[in-house]
Design a protein around this ligand. Structure first.
Ligand SMILES: [Zn+2]
Length: 218
């Protein structure tokens, strides 16, 4: 049982659903967006979001969740979506790059060619989040783009994962570049460990959800 409102729902190429869930207090000043499974073979973000939503916790901020942005990839157990596109290289940034379609990080035939990418852009434009957290695997670090250094440090204190300003390789067309660098929205890329025991994973990261529920975050 999930305690959240279904705000939006769309179907992917393979007929799977992407949900936007919402928890909204009567009054709020800020909106935070949390995204899981941008890469289909990184399932633990969805696990954490759903686990958090199993309880009726209060929040002072409007919280929006996309538990699984890439349900086709999740079913196929692939990083990329059903069209073989890495969604985290498909955003229409200034540095978007056309690469070979066999490339592991293929960013699509054109920027924002993918339904999943366009859905996320729509959510950004409609709800204007003040902070974004995307949940990836497997590096066990807190990466950030845009004016998010203070948030990153706090999340590092909570999780024990180190802050890494640079992930170590170029990421043209990435979500972090699109939101953080080009639109100045604080954007956290939380890299969870891979194949972690679920109880340990939850106990390590549950503080993140308490953190984003408090108005004092800002
Ligand atoms: Zn990832």
């Amino acid at each position: 049982m999930i305690f959240a409102d279904i705000e939006l729902k769309i179907n992917t190429k393979n007929g799977n659903e992407i949900l936007l869930l919402k928890r909204q207090p009567k009054e709020y000043k800020h909106t935070i967006l949390i995204i899981g499974v941008m890469h289909g073979d990184e399932p633990d973000g969805e696990y954490l979001i759903n686990r958090y939503l199993q309880d009726r916790n209060d929040t002072q901020n409007r919280l929006l969740f996309i538990p699984c942005l890439n349900p086709d990839g999740k079913k196929l157990k692939t990083r990329k979506n059903a069209n073989g596109v890495d969604l985290n290289r498909n955003f229409p940034t200034k540095n978007w790059l056309k690469t070979d379609s066999n490339d592991d990080y293929f960013g699509g035939e054109t920027p924002a060619s993918e339904t999943e990418t366009r859905f996320l852009i729509y959510v950004l434009e409609k709800y204007k989040p003040d902070l974004i957290v995307t949940l990836h695997e497997p590096y066990k670090i807190v990466n950030f783009d845009g004016p998010a250094k203070t948030f990153a440090q706090k999340i590092s204190d909570i999780t024990g994962y180190k802050v890494a300003e640079n992930i170590g390789y170029p990421t043209p067309g990435s979500f972090g570049t699109y939101c953080g660098i080009e639109r100045n929205i604080p954007t956290i890329t939380l890299e969870l460990p891979e194949n972690e025991n679920k109880e340990i994973l939850w106990n390590t990261n549950k503080g993140l959800f308490n953190f984003i529920s408090c108005e004092q975050v800002f």
